[in-house]
Design a protein around this ligand. Sequence first.
Ligand SMILES: Cc1ncc(COP(=O)(O)O)c(C=O)c1O
Length: 141
Amino acid sequence: MSTPLPQTVYMDNHATTRVDPRVLEAMLPWFGESYGNAGSLGHAFGQQARAAVEDARARLASALGTEPETIIFTSGATESNNLAIRGVAGHTSRRGNHWLSVGTEHHSVLEPLLRLARALGCGSIPKKWPMRCATRPAWSP
Ligand SMILES: Cc1ncc(COP(=O)(O)O)c(C=O)c1O
């Protein structure tokens, strides 16, 4: 691995960010000696990993002032954005489908919005901004 030049400044922290040394220290055991899959509860390795995940969830919820069951861990921003957009779309579709975004948004936001638009009958939408697709709400009170 090459060492960055001293005058180099990393400015892409939206893409990825250096891990906080405290996080690294807390995580190191889970990359080394304790590497069970938190979804594999049939053995002690998985149970130990699950307990650690639930502990992290509880601590994070407490720090954020929310309930542990509202914390969902994902693998990164793409998964999070897909989950949020599809989740909200599924939950609110009866009230109509009105989405706004901006052309500078990341593909992990634009692509699920495009898929939603196609699913709503917008057909093939050129990937050129501004994109417009007007459909009637699926249901209105
Ligand atoms: C603004 C922004 N959103 C989302 C992503 C996707 O992140 P991930 O690789 O964690 O899925 C990136 C990655 O570069 C990004 O810069």
